[in-house]
Design a protein around this ligand. Structure first.
Ligand code: HEM
Ligand code: HEM
Length: 182
């Protein structure tokens, strides 16, 4: 009896996965080289880029989540139960953290009296009033979640490398473009 291959990620899911990976790499770079955002900061240069790239990340992660919910992809059945549990938790933590931290960054931007523009052009409504204490608190939590998200990305990448180099199973290839299963 011929084996039916497990369903894999389609081209849209793959493109969105790697687009968001690239945007996050850019965003972490900007976040570390931009001047610290404080009372005397200006909404220009790297700081303005941080808001535009961040809004783009939120835009694409929402599209990705909707796409994911409409096109569910089961984890590979060859994985051990602890691997399935850990990768399931990690994937949903990544989605949740990206959505929550971009929303908090947006609110923090408004609390400093600035407007967030999607792709630097489309003005977005304010989530928090100027000078609101919760908007500033959102910025503090945002600054902490920067590291929590990084830790989950690290765990996820270690997992992908473990499947590719140690277990040598088909998991990592599911997110590559060359797997021939688009
Ligand atoms: C997942 C995407 C994001 C990442 C990885 C990220 C990363 C960072 C980093 C590294 C910092 C510097 C923290 C520090 O100085 O200690 C920061 C601060 C900040 N980010 Fe983001 N950011 C993201 C999304 C956003 C978005 C979408 C916005 C707004 C539209 C935003 C607005 C801010 C603001 C206002 C601060 C200063 C917070 C404060 O101290 O009040 N960020 N972010
Ligand atoms: C910013 C960094 C990254 C984020 C936020 C991220 C996020 C995600 C998420 C949320 C999923 C789950 C997809 C779903 O089923 O809905 C996923 C799957 C996957 N990612 Fe990433 N990823 C990142 C970087 C990487 C890197 C660098 C690699 C490779 C070294 C990688 C390899 C994979 C693989 C192989 C899968 C599919 C796992 C499976 O088939 O069960 N990811 N990623």
């Amino acid at each position: 009896m011929a084996m039916t291959p497990a369903p894999g990620y389609g081209i849209v899911a793959k493109l969105l996965h790697w687009l968001i990976f690239a945007l996050l790499a850019v965003q972490y770079t900007i976040g570390s080289i931009m001047p610290h955002i404080g009372r005397n900061s200006l909404d220009e240069g790297w700081v303005a880029w941080h808001f535009s790239v961040g809004a783009a990340i939120l835009f694409f992660i929402v599209i990705r989540l909707v796409w994911r919910l409409l096109h569910p992809v089961p984890l590979l059945p060859t994985m051990e139960s602890w691997e399935t549990r850990l990768s399931g938790i990690t994937h949903w933590a990544l989605y949740l953290l990206i959505v929550v931290m971009t929303l908090l960054g947006w609110a923090a931007t408004n609390a400093r009296g600035w407007q967030v523009k999607l792709f630097g052009i489309i003005p977005l409504p304010a989530l928090a009033p100027k000078d609101s204490s919760w908007g500033h608190a959102a910025g503090d939590v945002h600054n902490v979640l920067v590291y929590v998200l990084l830790a989950f990305i690290g765990l996820h990448v270690v997992g992908a490398l473990y499947h590719y180099f140690i277990k040598r199973d088909a998991v990592a290839a599911r997110m590559f473009f060359s797997s021939g299963r688009d």
